[in-house]
Design a protein around this ligand. Structure first.
Ligand SMILES: [Zn+2]
Length: 455
């Protein structure tokens, strides 16, 4: 028992020594190693940390169940079985951007990455292990294209890349233009690859592009990203260019309803969110947002009133897994450390990118490891939505491959969804509840959007 605990603690400590990426800002640069490596440290320091954890354990006998994932527990086995029995949808996976759209060539080597990869959070093999059936691939359009032009072309290029993945692996992946196709693919044992465009900049100034992108397979559009665009204001941008939706943005939402593309309100400002609810005649989604009550003041997440309003319109919030989205305390500690590190480097006349900075960064990180939230916090976000808005309005939108090395312990990649389901079962969720969270709720919205567009 104690031996087991030491091993668990050591394993947990090893997670804490990774550098952190930019949350929700896919950099496309270096992704975290798939398997964390325990960095070299003095034996003494390692023992000190262990003793610290053990003391904590002795003071609080419940501490060992805090992250409580026990794969030997029959309930975990049930969670694993449910992850595979139910259709499991993830609302936001940034694989395309990780693969480097700009330099992408459909070579054998690159086309192998979505099947099995050393780096990153998503690949087919791990997704199968975790029970994932429907990753919505993000067709992410960086805000730079809003200024420099070429947004539509870049979105098209990204879709080309996804099509070449589909063409290379017809035995594993399939297009998913409709809810029925998702069900059919699942029955055939194929993984669906629907697409969501992250940033309506890709529409440019022409509503006809909505039909174009619908024809190409886009099934939701995140209205904006890190900056205000031609459609609406961004939660990350203080400019508040439109004070919500722009006049063109109102037409875009109406046209999305007409064409049959889900409106995604992740990333938009609060005012833009409420404007969308007024304009949209069908339910909307937040493809990858979490609950602001755990991150007070951070507009990228949804507050309780917004979640209730979303639910009143029969929509769904799909919980983002990034630590920044889950727990303000973790985020603040990481940011404070980053400030300290920046100050140290500045004193020496260095920046993070300088080669000479590496030894200073390593030394600092040894003393001040990056902190992560955990899978229990993700379960708490799900539970919070259920408590304030009901079981019919929550889903999963991990942001895998999009939040760098900030994923929570126990939910580090697409192989680990059963851990989350396990914790929900432990909280008393029924099989029917789990099915709604895994896919039922999102499929309901998608069906309503299809029905409206076809009438
Ligand atoms: Zn995002």
């Amino acid at each position: 028992m104690a031996h087991n605990l030491i091993r668990q603690v050591a394993a947990r400590l090893s997670f804490s020594f990774q550098s952190q990426g930019d949350p929700d800002q896919p950099s496309g640069k270096h992704q975290p190693a798939k398997f964390p490596v325990l960095p070299q440290r003095s034996y003494l320091r390692r023992m000190r940390l262990l003793i610290g954890f053990l003391t904590l354990f002795m003071i609080n006998p419940m501490a060992h169940t805090q992250h409580g994932i026990d794969v030997q527990d029959p309930l975990w086995k049930k969670a694993d079985e449910l992850a595979h029995r139910f259709i499991l949808i993830d609302g936001h996976v940034d694989l395309p951007y990780r693969m480097g759209v700009k330099n992408f060539r459909p070579t054998k080597e690159l086309l192998g990455i979505p099947i099995s990869s050393e780096k990153g959070d998503f690949d087919y093999e791990r997704a199968r292990k975790g029970g994932l059936d429907v990753p919505f691939l993000a067709v992410y359009v960086p805000a730079e294209y809003q200024q420099d032009g070429g947004a539509k072309a870049f979105a098209d290029q990204t879709i080309d890349m996804i099509e070449s993945i589909l063409a290379a692996h017809p035995d594993k992946f399939a297009k998913a233009p409709t809810v029925q196709s998702v069900r059919d693919n699942f029955a055939k044992g194929l993984m669906s690859l629907p697409m969501g465009m992250e940033n309506g900049a890709g529409i440019e100034d022409d509503l006809a592009n909505l039909t174009h992108f619908h024809n190409r397979g886009i099934r939701y559009i995140t209205l904006t990203h890190s900056k205000d665009n031609q459609i609406c204001d961004s939660s990350y941008d203080d400019a508040r260019t439109w004070n919500g939706l722009s006049p063109f943005g109102k037409k875009v939402v109406a046209e999305m309803n007409g064409v049959g593309i889900m409106v995604d309100i992740s990333h938009v400002s609060d005012k833009a969110f409420y404007d969308v609810l007024e304009v949209s005649r069908v339910p909307v989604i937040a493809s990858h947002s979490s609950c602001r009550t755990f991150t007070p003041g951070w507009q990228r997440n949804m507050d309780d009133d917004m979640i209730r309003a979303l639910a009143e319109h029969n929509g769904v919030i799909q919980i983002n897994f990034g630590s920044t989205f889950l727990d303000k305390k973790v985020d603040q500690a990481n940011k404070a450390n980053r400030k300290k590190l920046d100050a140290i480097l500045e004193k020496k006349g260095l920046t993070m990118e300088d080669a000479a900075a590496k030894t200073h960064i390593d030394a600092f990180r040894k003393k001040n490891p990056t902190l992560f939230s955990d899978v229990e916090m993700v379960a708490r976000h799900v539970d919070h939505v259920v408590k304030i808005a009901g079981i019919d309005h929550v889903g999963l939108g991990s942001d895998f491959d999009g939040v760098g090395d900030s994923l929570p312990t126990g939910l580090k990649d697409v192989s680990q969804y059963p851990n989350l389901i396990y914790l929900l079962l432990k909280k008393g969720y029924t099989e029917q509840d789990i099915e709604k969270i895994c896919s039922g709720n999102v499929l309901r919205v998608w069906s309503e959007v299809e029905r409206f567009a076809s009438n």
